[in-house]
Write a protein that binds this ligand. Structure first.
Ligand SMILES: Cc1cc2nc3c(=O)[nH]c(=O)nc-3n(C[C@H](O)[C@H](O)[C@H](O)COP(=O)(O)O)c2cc1C
Length: 150
């Protein structure tokens, strides 16, 4: 059993629903906590086996509003995240925003890696303008990520 923290960044709730779906999938085998990024200080994400970030994109491929305070605290407090294992899944709209598809989740991943976090697996992405359900893409992705740490 691994300790897994799932953090979501959202504006209209899609990433939150997806984070809850991932939590339901993982809690059969793992100790899982699902939290909004806005309620978490970046220094407090350490000490788990894996931190999963699920986030949408807005503006020019920027993190959604619920992730902005978290990003500001990274810039302000420069937390030491050395060795913290993260996995990142983005929700985006490739047809509507081809130039900045998934950019918000990529910026969060970059900021955490700059503080020493280690990205596990591929950066997952689901295109909401494409085919298939986000939860199907995300569950296949997370099973692949967990295969790399267990
Ligand atoms: C005003 C606006 C701007 C957006 N900008 C981007 C973007 O730059 N890149 C991207 O991949 N998706 C973009 N999207 C798509 C959203 O990220 C996508 O709809 C996502 O599912 C929203 O999830 P949420 O409900 O968790 O916020 C944008 C959507 C809106 C309405």
């Amino acid at each position: 059993m691994s300790q897994i923290l799932i953090l979501y960044g959202t504006e209209t709730g899609n990433a939150e629903m997806l984070a809850e779906d991932l939590g339901t999938h993982l809690e059969i085998w793992h100790d899982v906590e699902v939290t909004n990024l806005t309620d978490m200080h970046p220094r407090d994400i350490t000490g788990r086996d894996l931190v999963i970030i699920v986030a949408s994109s807005y503006g020019e491929g920027d993190p959604p509003s619920s992730a902005k305070p978290f990003m500001a605290k990274i810039d302000r407090d420069l937390p030491d995240l050395s060795g913290t294992r993260i996995a990142v899944f983005g929700l985006g709209d490739k047809a509507g925003y081809p130039e900045t598809f998934g950019g918000g989740s990529a910026k969060i991943a970059h900021a955490l890696q700059e503080r020493g976090a280690i990205l596990i697996g591929e950066h997952g992405l689901h295109d909401v303008s494409g085919k298939g359900l986000a939860e199907d893409t995300a569950i296949a992705w997370v099973d692949g990520v967990l295969g790399q740490i267990t």
